[in-house]
Design a protein around this ligand. Structure first.
Ligand code: AMP
Ligand code: ZN
Length: 116
């Protein structure tokens, strides 16, 4: 069963309740541009189901996690960037996680970047 947290901002984005600049979506995942980009291209890849963080992940999440990572290169290329990219998952308070819905940051473009 797909879980949804009505108080979670990324669940609201996934459900269409809060607008976002979407660049990809399917039944399982959604990609949208980060509202405060740290690089010329900066988007977030999230599962549509609510998973609070990577700390909550277990074996059952393997296909979903694989899908998030495996999608990144083609999405970067589709955005017109072909010279490398950076991927980041912040986990928990000491990991710098601000939004408690698992997300993969994907950043690309010519350096220097603001906070990449
Ligand atoms: P983190 O610190 O890893 O939890 O990163 C959360 C990211 O979500 C930050 O880079 C924010 O700029 C981004 N963010 C927060 N709210 C929104 C939103 N409504 N639309 C797009 N990105 C957002
Ligand atoms: Zn959520």
């Amino acid at each position: 069963m797909t879980s949804h947290d009505p108080t979670c901002i990324f669940c609201k984005i996934a459900a269409g309740g809060i607008p976002a600049q979407r660049l990809y979506e399917d039944d399982d995942v959604l990609a949208f541009h980060d509202i405060r980009p740290a690089a010329p291209l900066h988007f977030l890849l999230i599962p549509k189901q609510h998973v609070a963080s990577l700390a909550e992940a277990n074996e059952a999440h393997q296909p979903l996690l694989g899908k998030l990572l495996a999608l990144a290169p083609s999405l970067v290329r589709k955005q017109g960037f072909d010279d490398g990219f950076r991927t980041v998952i912040n986990t928990g308070p000491n990991g710098g996680q601000e939004v408690d819905h698992l997300h993969l940051h994907v950043m690309a473009g010519p350096r220097p970047w603001k906070n990449g």
